[in-house]
Design a protein around this ligand. Structure first.
Ligand code: AMP
Length: 191
């Protein structure tokens, strides 16, 4: 199964993705993690990537698609993948659709985790204290939420038009969220 997980920063995607990949035995493709690992190297590319991540802005679409495509072509993704934090723009969604159709593959479902903005800010500020993530300070959090609203939220329409969208209330407890996600997965699983 191939599925896209859409949710603003702080929605609890990380927790739910970990459970879901376990349930479905598919790899977890987090573009945030992939880009942070590029950022750790000491190259011109890593400094360029860092300039986007540290400002809370989105890295260029084609660069992200290239990194994802490399992983998707590997054997581990043969039976599916969970995309976490990707696509983040309509252009990325189109690039992903084109890539999958060229490979004769399909995306089964797009799952949106919805959480109120005030709750997100509180969760992210708490995470910043615990993890010390440099992109979790107040200004960057505001910027990332703004980027989500303007660039990523329109993806829900994109996938709704393809009849692939499922929306889950992320204000529930983690266990309740996971139960709701499992029901969505059951509806979209390939035979
Ligand atoms: P995340 O861990 O998913 O919140 O991502 C952290 C940061 O990595 C984002 O704020 C962006 O700067 C960058 N990033 C992650 N995924 C993408 C993507 N699909 N497209 C562009 N930039 C991304």
């Amino acid at each position: 199964m191939r599925l896209v997980f859409i949710g603003p920063p702080g929605a609890g995607k990380g927790t739910q993705c970990a459970r879901l990949v376990n349930l479905l035995s598919i790899p977890h493709l987090s573009t945030g993690e992939m880009l942070r690992s590029v950022k750790k190297q000491d190259t011109a590319l890593s400094r360029w990537v860092a300039s986007y991540i540290d400002a809370g802005r989105l890295a260029p679409d084609h660069l992200v698609m290239r990194i994802v495509a490399q992983r998707l072509k590997s054997d581990e993704c043969r039976n599916g993948a969970l995309f976490d934090g990707f696509p983040r723009t309509i252009v990325q969604a189109q690039l992903l659709d084109d890539f999958l159709s060229d490979e004769g593959l399909v995306l089964n479902m797009a799952l949106e985790l919805r959480v109120d903005e005030e709750e997100l800010i509180q969760r992210l500020l708490k995470r910043a204290q615990i993890d010390g993530r440099v992109d979790d300070n107040y200004d960057t959090i505001r910027e990332r939420l703004h980027v989500f609203k303007t660039q990523t939220a329109p993806l829900t329409d994109y996938y709704a038009k393809q009849s692939k969208l499922e929306v889950v209330d992320g204000m529930q407890s983690p266990d309740q969220v996971f139960e709701a996600i499992k029901a969505c997965v059951a509806r979209h699983s390939p035979q």
